[in-house]
Design a protein around this ligand. Sequence first.
Ligand code: CO
Length: 166
Amino acid sequence: MFKIAKYPDPILRKTAKPISDFNDELKKMASDMAEVMYEDDGIGLAAPQVSKSLRLIVIGLGHGDFKTYVNPEITFFSKEKTKTDEGCLSLPKIFGDVIRPKKIHVKYYDLDGQVHKEKLKGIDSVILQHEVDHLNGILFIDRVEKINQGQELLDALKKQLDEQAK
Ligand code: CO
């Protein structure tokens, strides 16, 4: 089973590579990611969070079901914004307010390589934006307006990162 990469693991800062082979290995990776996501009570997970630098996202649909986004591309962001108290499996016990566009349009591939276009709003839009950020090495703490929980823990992790850089 996959292990979740935790901040400040450098894998979380890499730009993930596009997927070109829609094979059984990819399907297996998606279902293994969904398993670890449900195990940790997550609602979305990006492949870099299981140390795979690939453009693959799974989103929980409840009861163990999941939806997969391969090579997702957000093609529209609304001007209207929404504020959400976000968290992340790679930053356990840390939560904060993030302001993001309220509505998005996304183009993506499914596990069989079929292209899809979708319009998302509300929490579905926020979750997908958070996960697409992971594919680009961006974490919610980069966008956070106000940390609501875990400020001390975050400070300690950032200090750990500074020490590593020395
Ligand atoms: Co996350």
